[in-house]
Design a protein around this ligand. Structure first.
Ligand code: HPA
Length: 270
């Protein structure tokens, strides 16, 4: 693993040159942000040695170094998910690559369903904690001490200082940023109404199929990470209709302007 990361990092440095110290992972509906970067240098992730390649429509992989509203940022469009058949270790490869490239702060975004009845589609939610219901862990197996400790602390899965900064940024922009706990399930099937009632009892606020392993890997590396979710739908049984991926990407796209304004202002401060 260590050698794979080293090779990937050497390749990315050679192709992209200087790497910005902050990275952002763009989830469903937000990928277009990479088209708004200035002075962009980019790579298809398929060209990066050992980088897992996404199979989901709307997740075509690109790694872009450039400026977002003037701020140097390394942006990844197209993460991979465990439900595609990748191991958790493959899923967190980009996070480990970022750390090897010298990234010092990571911001991730994703699409989620809302479980908490105070939330609704279109809401932006800052994650404060997580429930790992994927029953998988990217750190399973021999520990690579060069990456981090065998038993990393998870008292603050999401970085407290970055979260504080995100709240202040939202306040200054006059944007409503909610906060909550994300339950992460493996997917790819959406949850049943009974599963959502269970998640509500477990005090999950939102539910999704990504981000959880990334937060674990980032904590292991000591890489501060924050995550902002876009609520794209009422979780199963809470809304009127059924769930589908098109609805998820549509709603995420509708929230894009607010979401990108927040990301861009936050990246400028971290
Ligand atoms: N459940 C799980 N993952 C999701 C959902 C959902 O309702 N919406 C977007 N990603």
């Amino acid at each position: 693993m260590h050698e794979q990361i080293r090779q990937a990092a050497a390749f990315v440095r050679q192709e992209l040159g200087e790497i910005p110290p902050r990275a952002v992972v763009l989830g469903s509906g937000l990928g277009v942000l990479v088209d708004h970067m200035d002075g962009a240098r980019e790579l298809p992730t398929a060209a990066i040695p050992h980088f897992p390649v996404s199979t989901v429509p709307g997740h075509a992989g690109r790694l872009v170094a450039g400026r977002l509203d003037g701020t140097p940022v390394l942006a990844l469009k197209g993460r991979v998910h465990a439900y595609e058949g990748y191991s958790q270790e493959q899923v967190v490869f980009p996070v480990r690559l970022f750390a090897a490239l010298g990234v010092r702060a990571l911001l991730t975004t994703n699409a989620v369903g809302c479980v908490n009845r105070l939330l609704r589609p279109g809401d932006l939610v800052l994650l404060t904690d997580q429930l790992n219901l994927m029953f998988r862990n990217p750190l399973r197996g021999p520990n690579d001490e060069t990456l981090g400790p065998r038993f990393p602390d998870m008292s603050a899965a999401y970085d407290t200082a970055l979260n504080q900064c995100a709240r202040e940024t939202a306040r200054e922009l006059g944007l409503d940023l909610k906060s909550g706990v994300m339950a992460g399930l493996l997917g790819p099937s959406y949850e049943t109404p009974a599963e959502i009632r269970m998640l509500a009892r477990l005090e999950a606020d939102v539910v999704g199929m990504s981000t959880i392993p990334e937060a674990i890997a980032a904590r292991h590396l000591g890489l501060p990470m924050a995550a902002i979710s876009c609520v794209t739908n009422f979780a199963a049984g809470l809304g009127a209709g059924t769930l589908n991926h098109a609805e998820v990407t549509d709603v995420a796209e509708q929230a894009r302007e607010r979401f990108s304004a927040l990301l861009s202002a936050l990246l400028a401060r971290i």
